[in-house]
Design a protein around this ligand. Structure first.
Ligand code: NAP
Length: 294
């Protein structure tokens, strides 16, 4: 299978790349991976998308890890966020359909308003409260309309990794610079180690049923197991990394940001776990892996 992975320089793209290039090829079905970044395939530019696919052989699977992910900046750059997270996804879905390729698209818990007291299920009502969430939801809807079959939307939350910008890396940097930090304690969620999500995606594409059968397009949720606030997350990061920095809990009101964040970011991963026989590691166990390079 020829598999295209977009967003090769992002957290998830790099995590997939690392696994694909370190796994013993014998244990995997024959797959040829092609990783692309914005230099080759610029999702903010329709023509770049057309040119890329016109000039390359057809793909069997497209994994779209690229996205406009600057949540606060999106409040000002609505048009660009919409182009990358919505219109480009629509265009990719059209191309995937034409090529009879399967499409795996990554989305976010930010499609919800966070007002529920329970982890969100795939069937729960969406109601994004910021521009990023709105553009990601528009991308999901466009994809579902164009591809009623052969696509998969995986919503994830609070992604961190060894790569790029994320909460863990920011905490490690600030924790070394400062003696104490004020961290929001009234937003809850479950972090997702990008390597865990990458492993899930690779397990899915190597699943015989997935490879050989046409499926209806479905939404799935995936995060690590557990329920914490950013405050608790920061405390655990410092504990594991042995960084001596005091963490003080504060409210969202005390930490205003341009984009609103959902109060509850918890998503229920049961559907994907059952269908693809997937384990979701406990968040603390995954967090330890980032420090041990395991
Ligand atoms: N990060 C989170 O906490 C989080 C939470 C929930 C869902 N998600 C979703 O998970 C997926 C993967 O996120 P991530 O954390 O891996 O994001 P990331 O690290 O920000 O990576 C996103 C990638 O998209 C690329 N990109 C942005 N604009 C582009 C454009 N115009 N053309 C081509 N590529 C472009 C970026 O390229 P450059 O490297 O060149 O900038 C970057 O490599 C995304 O769909 C995201 O919405 C993320």
């Amino acid at each position: 299978m020829r598999i295209l992975v977009t967003g090769k320089n992002g957290q998830l793209g790099r995590s997939i790349y690392k696994i694909v290039n370190t796994t013993n090829g014998d244990s995997l079905p024959p797959n040829e991976f092609i990783f692309v970044g914005r230099e080759e395939l610029d999702l903010s530019n329709n023509n770049s998308i057309i040119n890329y696919f016109d000039n390359h052989d057809k793909f069997d699977i497209i994994i779209n890890c690229a996205a406009y992910t600057a949540v606060d900046k999106a409040e000002k750059e609505q048009e660009l966020a919409n182009q990358v997270n919505h219109l480009a996804v629509k265009q990719l879905a059209g191309i995937a359909k034409e090529q009879k390729a399967k499409l795996i698209h990554i989305s976010t818990d930010y499609v919800f308003d966070g007002e529920s007291d329970k982890p969100y299920k795939e069937t729960d009502t969406t109601n994004p409260i910021n521009v990023y969430g709105k553009t990601k939801l528009a991308g999901e809807k466009a994809l579902q309309e164009i591809m009623p079959t052969n696509a998969m939307i995986i919503r994830t939350s609070w992604v961190y990794s060894e790569y790029g910008n994320n909460f863990v890396k920011t905490m490690l940097r600030l924790g070394k610079e400062r003696d104490e930090l004020n961290i929001v304690s009234d937003q809850i969620g479950s972090p997702t180690y990008a390597t865990d999500l990458a492993e899930v995606i690779l397990k899915i594409i190597n699943n015989t049923n997935y490879r050989n059968k046409k499926q209806s397009t479905e939404i799935y949720h995936y995060s690590n197991e557990g329920e914490i606030s950013w405050y608790e997350f920061a405390k655990e990061i410092f504990k594991i990394a042995e960084v001596n920095c005091k963490v003080n809990p504060i409210t969202t009101q005390q930490y205003p940001t341009p984009a609103k964040r959902p109060r509850n970011s918890l998503i229920d991963s049961n559907k994907i776990m059952q269908l693809f026989d997937i384990n979701t590691p406990f968040w603390k166990d995954s967090l330890k892996r980032i420090f041990t390079n395991d």
